[in-house]
Write a protein that binds this ligand. Sequence first.
Ligand SMILES: [Zn+2]
Length: 188
Amino acid sequence: MCSQSCPTPKTSVHLLNNLFSMNLQKTILLIITLCFSFFIKAQNYKCLPCGLDCDKEVFTKAGTCPKCKMELVPAASITFKNMETNKVCEYIKTHPKTILLDVRTKEEFEGSADPNFGSLKNAINIPVDDLKTRINELEKYKNSEIIVYCSHSHRSPRASYLLTQNGFKHVINLSGGMSEMKDTSCKK
Ligand SMILES: [Zn+2]
């Protein structure tokens, strides 16, 4: 009944196996593609941290924040931590090597501005607008913990972001800033 061209049972199994492994490969490829496209789609954006409420909003596309007009950056690129003002003095006491970076103007830092919120002992002053050009002054602190502060935490998140984007690994933004500091034990 069966001619010479008819496959032997052994060949059929072989063919079936081949078909199965081909499908398996396709399935795996499909899963990888799906995961990848999901990852691309799942890329979230946030506005370049400016300390305003819109910092918490999540966008699905790059562009500009409709509220503060700041550039939208990948949410995953915002890696600095935040610290409450009531924790900072204690933290400095227990971590004396922490670098303190005041990103306000020279006048605010020195206390000649009105209002004067004071500044932290042993802080370094680099105004936020100068940070990009003066970042080399902080080169030796790339692996140190750096607490970044200003008056109301509107400038320090942007400065903190800039530092992390330039390879500084342990950056902490002081939430609320000097205007909310009640503990005076680490103030100048
Ligand atoms: Zn915004």
